[in-house]
Design a protein around this ligand. Structure first.
Ligand SMILES: [Zn+2]
Length: 293
């Protein structure tokens, strides 16, 4: 039999390859059928998936029941290694894996670090990609819109209803069947950040009283819904939070003597310390709103 691993090596990302090897080392591949034309196996990680690989006229045909759709998955790699070994073919050496596997997507850890060092000016596309690609167990997930539907023209005053509707729309995304609180977290945080950017842009033409309601709702929503929707993934919560902080700073610029915004600023400043702690709660925000209006 020709080597199956050699066929797949230059079509697989290095990290995925190592995860596949790891599965083999941990005995997670159960071969159900094999000969020199075909193999069927069950590969079990957190869940079990069925892998079939067979030789066809011009190469190999593979299928795996896992949701990973970006290319060769770790289950196929694991099955390929086992199949080769059943025919006495050694797995590719460390160097071979290093030099022959394909590159991961074009963002670097450095770009990600830059985002976290300056979250307010982070490239939101890097966040979208980073959470998706650098997650330890890649899995296909619902792809989300870049931003919920909301008027973007800066001269149109904001209404509470449209902001509420936009946030509702994001809640609906999180109820999609393929939504995953970890793998979708980057896109979700990016979309919320985009929406807050629009709120900030339209702020100068909006009414202060309306803004009190909007900001109260946004912060309340952040704690009540958003945090659960993203399961605090990789700290991506920092991106919308910094934008909320910027909106408050602008409100203070526009209404320097308005006690509501001074107080709100104090409440939001506490958010920076929050990491897995209860932080602000809906009641605190509701009390602030009731006092202000
Ligand atoms: Zn798979």
């Amino acid at each position: 039999m020709k080597s199956v691993t050699q066929f797949y090596l230059d079509k697989t990302e290095e990290a995925v390859w190592h995860r596949g090897e790891d599965y083999v080392n941990k005995g997670r591949v159960r071969v159900e059928y094999y000969d020199d034309r075909k193999i069927e196996a069950i590969v079990s990680g957190k869940e079990s998936y069925k892998v079939t690989i067979r030789w066809v006229t011009n190469g190999l045909r593979k299928s795996c029941t896992c949701p990973y759709k970006r290319g060769i998955c770790k289950h196929v790699v694991a099955t390929a290694i086992v199949w080769d070994e059943l025919f006495g073919i050694a797995r590719p050496s460390k160097d071979m894996v290093r030099f022959r596997t394909i590159q991961p997507p074009p963002i670097s850890p450095r770009q990600i670090t830059a985002c976290y060092n300056d979250p307010l000016n982070a490239d939101l596309d890097v966040i979208r990609i980073a959470v998706d690609y650098y997650a330890l167990s890649p899995k296909a997930h619902a792809r989300l819109p870049r931003c919920p539907r909301i008027e973007t023209h800066e001269k149109v005053p904001l209404t509470f209803e449209e902001v509420k509707k936009a946030l509702n729309e994001m809640e609906k995304w999180s109820r999609r069947r393929e939504y995953h609180s970890y793998f979708c977290a980057g896109e979700m945080a990016a979309a919320f950040s985009e929406m807050l950017g629009i709120v900030e842009k339209r702020l100068p033409s909006s009414l202060s009283e309306v803004m009190i309601n909007i900001m109260a709702h946004c912060v309340d929503w952040f704690y009540r819904e958003f945090e659960q929707m993203i399961d605090s993934s990789d700290g991506v919560w920092i991106f919308p939070v910094t934008r909320i902080g910027k909106i408050v700073a602008r409100l203070l610029d526009i209404y320097p003597s308005h006690p509501a915004w001074q107080e709100f600023n104090q409440i939001v400043e506490k958010v920076g310390d929050w990491w897995g702690e209860p932080g602000l709660n809906a009641e605190e925000i509701a009390r602030w709103r009731d006092q202000c209006l």
